[in-house]
Design a protein around this ligand. Sequence first.
Ligand SMILES: CC(C)(COP(=O)(O)OP(=O)(O)OC[C@H]1O[C@@H](n2cnc3c(N)ncnc32)[C@H](O)[C@@H]1OP(=O)(O)O)[C@@H](O)C(=O)NCCC(=O)NCCS
Length: 301
Amino acid sequence: MTDLIVSPCNANEMEEVVRLLDQEFIYSRSRDISLARRFPNVFEHGGGSIVFVARSAGTIAGTIAVRRFTWHCQDREWQGAMIGSVFTKPQMRHQGIAARIMGEVKSYLSAERVDFGVLWTTIPELYAKSGWIPADTAVFGTAQGRPSHKSAGSIVNRRPLADVDTDALDRFRRQSCLDYVMRRKVDYQAIPLPASRVDVLLLEHDGGLQGYCLTGVAGSTAYVYEIVGDQQGFHLLWKSLVNDFDAIYINAHPSTQAHGWLSAAAAVSWCAQKLAMWLPVSKEAAEVDFNRWYVPYFDRM
Ligand SMILES: CC(C)(COP(=O)(O)OP(=O)(O)OC[C@H]1O[C@@H](n2cnc3c(N)ncnc32)[C@H](O)[C@@H]1OP(=O)(O)O)[C@@H](O)C(=O)NCCC(=O)NCCS
């Protein structure tokens, strides 16, 4: 397509972009809650992300969202960029539009001195041609709950994430984890698909936080994003999940304490994920074994 112009979305195009993306990723897939509400860190003005738009003959033909983030490792910090909302209007597909926007995004990442890009996809063919490498050792767990109306008599307190002091929660997370994505306040407003809200199970003792479990909720299903803290308390967090939900899905990585504990002590069946692809941009990132890195589901878009 020769008349294609690709550049960052301007403020008065955002409404149309969100409408197109909601139609594709939300409403046509029997989901709800607009992407604008799910990911204010991507689609709200000041959220810190860029949505690239391809226009042809004055209309929007395709989009790609880029969310910059800092990946904190024990030895250094890396500048990363997540790619999402990769979309071409149905009537304009198979003309190289997505490939063209990917090319622009790649140039942007180099110009901005980003170290690496990461995305999650079920169609690796689309990205492999632009140099993206598949590497994913994450696992997805499935477990059954036994909802009970009886009080578990637990010291675990489940609250909507929106009602919690996320600064304190984040301090606890950064003290507990070795490698992590840096989160801003707005990042804690995310509602990952397909959840309709995010809750946090807090395990407190003598007024201090011992551990927490961040989970998306959709009806009687829990989507666990992370279990963090003192391993001694994991059984209480798990008991609370099992008592509250019919089905529990867990996003995890074998390197985490939570995965080790769940594998040993809970009835969870695990399967490999194989969704992540990475683009090394800086010279240093070319040396990284991306199989060792894991971006938690809560941080993705
Ligand atoms: C996926 C999508 C963005 C592709 O857009 P597009 O503009 O048609 O893609 P391109 O024409 O640039 O395709 C480039 C290459 O990617 C590969 N590709 C594209 N769509 C593909 C698909 N659905 N399955 C497998 N490979 C695909 C092909 O190898 C293609 O090269 P070819 O045309 O030489 O065969 C578009 O189909 C779409 O919006 N789908 C719905 C939303 C979605 O699934 N987004 C991806 C989320 S990860």
